[in-house]
Design a protein around this ligand. Sequence first.
Ligand code: SAH
Ligand code: SF4
Length: 346
Amino acid sequence: MAQDLLSLSRDELAQVLASWGEPEFRSAQIFDWVWKRWVTDFAAMTNLPLALRTRLDQTFTPAPLTPLAHQVDEEATEKVLLGLADGEAIEAVLMREGDRRTVCLSTQVGCPVGCAFCATGQSKFKRNLTAGEIAGQVLHFARRLAPSERVTHVVVMGMGEPLFNYAATIKAVRILNDPQGMGLGARRFTISTVGVVPGILRLAQEGLQVNLAISLHAPEDRLREKLVPTGQKWTIGEILEAGDAYAQATGRRVSYEYVLLGGVNDGLAQARALAELLRGRLAHVNLIPFNPAPGLPFAPPSPGQVDAFRRELVNHGVDATVRRSRGTRILAGCGQLRGLSTAQQN
Ligand code: SAH
Ligand code: SF4
């Protein structure tokens, strides 16, 4: 089977080319075609000798993702369903806000964690994505943007748990980060994790200045275990320690995400308990009002409660903002991605 070109770093590509007896500079040329000019066809790489183009074509597939369906909402948030070579499908989202163009990426088909409030978690976990399938989601949207637009930010908050697919996720970040390619600065990435402690500690040692978001969702372990099944593996105490290690190693403030579920974790006493945990840490809370999706047994909090919860945190010394999910009308909001075809969704 043809190899996935998008999964190769520039160094790996250079090694393949060297083994073919090609000069060093060819790897930069090809990387440029793929990641800066976004071509999907080797025939278009006109500065390469014909024989090399043919050999590349026989060896590699330059486009591992096939767009199957697009939805756009009234704020120009776009969701795409992307088919993979093995017949599976994932979703990715583009959000527009001012000059920002943020791509929300998936890292797995389904998710093995199975959080009670997340649509992705309800579907069966199928497999990890490759680095090319992850990074390719950014290319997909880069191609769709108007000439005046650029992808400026990437959030790894789509389907799946990125730190359970550590190697491919980090490789995708490095490929997108490569100055000879898209050159997206590490600080423009946010990786969101459900709190995989070994993965957070490893990420702290990567030497990458990416933003880390940790999904906490509860101020105490008993409730967290009900909402987040991996909570049985790592306690809140262990997760916060790992978050501190990340902040210390990178100097970057950690975001703690907290999905507000009406009547479950949105009480003011819970806000105070959360503040107690986070006060004094290099941390910040992102409150995400629950986005309903078919089959999820929770209700959103009232807008008044969201604001009261946020104020309680701030009054107790913890920075907090409310994240308004974009694209909820087209089921493109946080926790709404499922990778089902439009026909299956209806
Ligand atoms: N697996 C990772 C990243 C993907 S989920 C993680 O859990 O962090 C990205 C964010 O969406 C997480 O903070 C998650 O808790 C949140 N989320 C999941 N389901 C949601 C829902 N129904 N409404 C609002 N946010 C949700
Ligand atoms: Fe997986 Fe994150 Fe959804 Fe939990 S919230 S099921 S970890 S994608």
